[in-house]
Write a protein that binds this ligand. Structure first.
Ligand code: GTP
Length: 298
């Protein structure tokens, strides 16, 4: 497990770091709460073990920041304390800590608490996946891809670069359902999702927007590059009919609308509306095609 240790006492820091490493963990140690917060913002840690009293930012203060700044993955926080008394434990929990370990440290107690931490982190992760995935295709669901779009817009603003949003809709999908039945329709949806993932780079994100509509976010996508990617997706879908268990292969095509944004994090709705407009044009112009909508005056 990736663990961040915040402890101002050099000897305790050394001992705790060495013990955690000997238990097989990947450990980063820092000497105060502010450095811990900086490291936590920079990297992903499953677990933070923090001393209570530290210069600059104390353990509960660090907890409050960790809980206030939303991250996709849960961070489990254990506070180290030699302080006694219910009041303190309660204020630590209220600040967002998950558990306490009393100093001086006992290796067996530490190992036991870490296995509880791993169990809880695993449960959080399972819940997160359940809440963000589309059951049928395994892609991000509507809520999750909209969250990703928001993050992508913040990144584009920070880096002062473009970002592209693509809306993709299977052509005449109702006919597929009507002709072959819903189960075959589902096979087609799953196969389109698979081809989309194969065609995209690992850092581009794809989600099911609803029904037979998908969203693709192209990081750093300008108009020219996004049109090329859209074309690659279109061709990958049209290239081969979808194999269906026990039935005839089904030929499908997709229409794609692309919108380019480079403005404010508040542009999600405008970007989606522009991509929808381009998609409408792609449908009106004969389907199985890509249309790009440049975003004017963002
Ligand atoms: N099998 C299956 N079908 C779905 C699912 N979600 C939506 N659909 C179907 O998708 C079809 C969408 O049809 P329409 O919106 O009329 O559009 P279309 O037939 O694709 O035509 P164009 O978009 O104009 O090319 C409907 O028949 C829905 O029942 C799903 O999860 N599984």
């Amino acid at each position: 497990m990736k663990i961040l240790v915040a402890e101002d006492d050099a000897t305790s820091r050394l001992v705790l770091g060495a013990t955690l490493r000997s238990l097989g963990h990947d450990v980063t140690t820092v000497e105060d709460g502010a450095a811990a917060l900086e490291a936590w913002r920079r990297e992903e840690f499953g677990l933070v073990i923090s001393d209570w009293l530290m210069p600059l930012l104390d353990g509960p203060g660090l907890c409050r920041h960790v809980r206030a700044e939303r991250r996709p993955h849960y961070t489990y926080v254990i506070l180290l304390t030699s302080l006694e008394g219910k009041g303190n434990y309660l204020s630590g929990i209220e600040a967002g800590a998950d558990d306490f370990i009393t100093k001086p440290l006992d290796r067996e107690v530490l190992a036991a608490r870490l296995s509880v931490a791993e169990r809880i982190i695993g449960l959080h992760e399972a819940l997160r996946i359940e809440a963000t995935r589309d059951r049928l295709t395994g892609l991000l669901n509507r809520g999750a891809i909209l969250d990703e779009l928001q993050r992508e817009l913040h990144r584009a603003v920070r880096e002062d670069g473009p970002t592209a949003t693509m809306l993709l809709d299977i052509d005449h999908f109702k006919r597929v359902n009507d002709t072959y039945g819903h189960l075959v329709g589902d096979v087609v949806l799953r196969e389109i999702a698979r081809r989309l993932q194969l065609t995209l780079r690992p850092y581009d994100r794809v989600g099911r927007f609803g029904g037979e509509e998908f969203v693709v976010l192209i990081t750093h996508g300008d108009a020219e590059q996004s049109a090329l990617i859209g074309e690659r997706i279109r061709a990958a879908v049209a290239a081969e009919p979808v194999e269906v268990p026990g039935g005839q292969p089904v030929s499908v095509t997709v229409s794609i609308g692309v919108a380019i944004g480079q403005g404010s994090p508040d542009d999600a709705d405008r970007l989606l509306a522009a991509a929808d407009l381009a998609l409408y044009r792609a449908k009106a112009n004969g389907r199985d095609r890509v249309e790009v909508e440049p975003l004017a005056a963002l």
